[in-house]
Design a protein around this ligand. Structure first.
Ligand code: KIV
Ligand code: NA
Length: 267
């Protein structure tokens, strides 16, 4: 087992992407990405749900298993979904189910209330990443920068320290102002993984469907590195044209039968 801290030490930066299915997992495993997250963003990004509160444990197990089948090299992190870890006991029960489905570690969102839950999970030897800052499960449908006031900044500094003490393997910082994220990263021994939190973090995580351009979100840190949505439309249209023009399937793409067999059957 290799820890995120060891990966960071050998690589200089941690690189993480979300992943929701087997073919994408095969591609990411063949890439140099260090960490793959089956995020609860599966709900909005691939299941067509309105928001993450609709995502169930069964959804997460289903997608975690699919991604696990595609990974040999990269580490696998899986989200505990909305309402699946209200208590330490629930966190352990559902955390174990994700581990059985193939997760190397699990991720929970929150603040100071995570400390006791992470201690409980660590006592069962479950590896944990804590997700702080903007936490979508508790702010459904909105995206809020967290850490702009002195009291929020103090809270982030204290919570991240306590989460490290409790045994969190890394801290994910979502939508935290860059200078605050950099200070947290400097103060912690465990890695920080940022999204929308600037370049001072020890690593970056990004949503695969945004990266590939399946969706074109318009928040500040959004970036499409490709345009899969339009490429899929164009490729589907190319197929449609070839079918309509009689170009596909071609003579080399069909199975043959002997004249004699065919004649015998028709006689
Ligand atoms: O589910 C998700 O996509 C996340 C992001 C922070 C990467 O948790
Ligand atoms: Na998530």
């Amino acid at each position: 087992m290799i820890t995120l801290r060891e990966i960071l030490a050998s690589r200089g930066k941690l690189v993480a992407l979300t992943c929701y299915d087997y073919p994408t997992a095969l591609s990411l495993d063949a890439s140099t990405v260090d960490l793959v997250l089956v995020g609860d963003s599966v709900g909005t990004n691939v299941l067509g749900y309105r928001d993450v509160s609709e995502v169930t444990m069964d959804d997460m197990l289903h997608h975690a298993r699919a991604v696990r089948r595609g990974l040999k090299r990269a580490s696998l992190l899986v989200d505990l979904p909305f309402n699946s870890y209200q208590t330490g006991e629930a966190a352990i029960l559902n955390g174990k189910r994700l581990i059985e489905a193939g997760a190397d570690m699990i991720k929970l969102e929150g603040g100071m209330e995570l400390v006791a839950k992470i201690r409980a999970l660590r006592s069962e030897n479950i590896r944990v990443v804590a997700h702080i800052g903007h936490t979508p499960q508790s702010h459904v449908g909105t995206r809020k920068v967290f850490g702009t006031t002195a009291s929020e900044i103090e809270s982030l500094l204290e919570v991240s320290k306590q989460l490290q003490l409790a045994g969190s393997e890394a801290v994910l910082l979502e939508c935290v102002p860059e200078r605050v994220a950099t200070i947290i990263s400097d103060r912690l021994d465990i890695p920080t993984i940022g999204i929308g939190s600037g370049s001072g973090c020890d690593g970056q995580i990004f949503v695969i469907t945004d990266l590939l351009g399946w969706h074109h979100p318009n928040f500040r840190f959004s970036a499409s590195f490709d345009d899969f949505r339009n490429r899929t439309v164009a490729t589907a249209n190319r197929f449609a044209h070839e079918v309509r023009d009689g170009v596909f399937p071609s003579a080399t793409q069909v199975y043959k039968v002997k004249d004699s067999e065919l004649q015998q059957a028709l006689d």
